[in-house]
Design a protein around this ligand. Structure first.
Ligand code: URA
Length: 239
């Protein structure tokens, strides 16, 4: 079904620009609607008309999907009175209606999906769906023998029920710390840190490297983001 929207909103949502940038783009005569140059940002159009920017066709979607390499020090929220939020890292993007899919702790880095698609968010975070999330973990001590088996069986971390079975890979020593990759299928509060703490190991660094079958783009430095590719989106929707 088509929507009726303002041209500046169409340009901002399709081209990943802010509304202010979209107004400038339209006023500079770079936009055509059904073949005619339009310089009126407030023009109301149907979302299924043919719009081009510099001759390239734009496809309207009412949903946006981004991957952020979340840096440490910001909170996985839309608004916060004290700390920076993950949304503030989406520079130049129209952030209206966007929210993070699930939460990473303030000191956790890595893959965070940000969207305005509530249905996808629910599919990825619902406790009933058991979506896989893999974390790279550094700890102050080596896990004792038997820890992997206990994590694979379903570890008791003091909640009402034990965790779902998790997969652990040892990645060896890194200077005076120990590296692991842990895949879990839930999102309990501080889950990874609490799982290691059961064995007396303190997590000193935590990064989410994959979720729902997609991996963090290694080219993204902490604080950088990009739109999800169509392939990544299809993978997430298949989960
Ligand atoms: N587990 C944690 O302990 N923290 C996170 O941020 C994510 C998973």
């Amino acid at each position: 079904m088509s929507d009726i929207i303002r041209l500046d909103r169409f340009i901002s949502e399709c081209g990943g620009s802010s509304r202010k940038q979209a107004v400038k783009i339209i006023k500079s005569g770079r936009v055509k609607v059904d073949g005619d140059t339009v310089t009126e940002p407030g023009l109301k159009i149907s979302s299924d008309v043919k719009v081009t920017l510099d001759g390239h066709a734009l496809k309207y979607s009412k949903y946006s999907y981004y991957m952020l390499n979340k840096p440490q020090g910001c909170v996985s929220a839309v608004k916060d009175h004290i700390s920076d939020t993950v949304i503030e890292y989406l520079k130049g993007v129209n952030a209206r209606g966007l929210f993070p899919v699930g939460r990473l702790d303030k000191d956790t880095e890595g893959l965070l999906i940000i969207t305005n698609d509530g249905e996808l968010c629910h599919a990825l975070t619902s406790p009933k769906r058991h979506v896989s999330k893999t974390y790279y973990v550094l700890t102050d001590k080596r896990l004792p023998r038997g820890a992997r088996a206990k994590m694979e069986e379903g570890l008791d971390i003091g909640d009402e029920s034990p965790c779902l079975p998790a997969q652990l890979k040892s990645k060896g020593a890194v200077e005076d710390e120990y590296a692991y990759e842990l895949t879990i299928k839930e999102g309990r509060f501080h889950q990874v840190k609490r799982m290691f703490l059961v064995f007396g190991c303190k997590v000193t660094y935590l990064k989410r490297i994959s979720e729902g079958g997609i991996r963090i783009d290694k080219k993204l430095k902490p604080g950088e983001f990009r739109s999800l590719t169509q392939g990544e989106l299809n993978t997430l929707k298949e989960e």
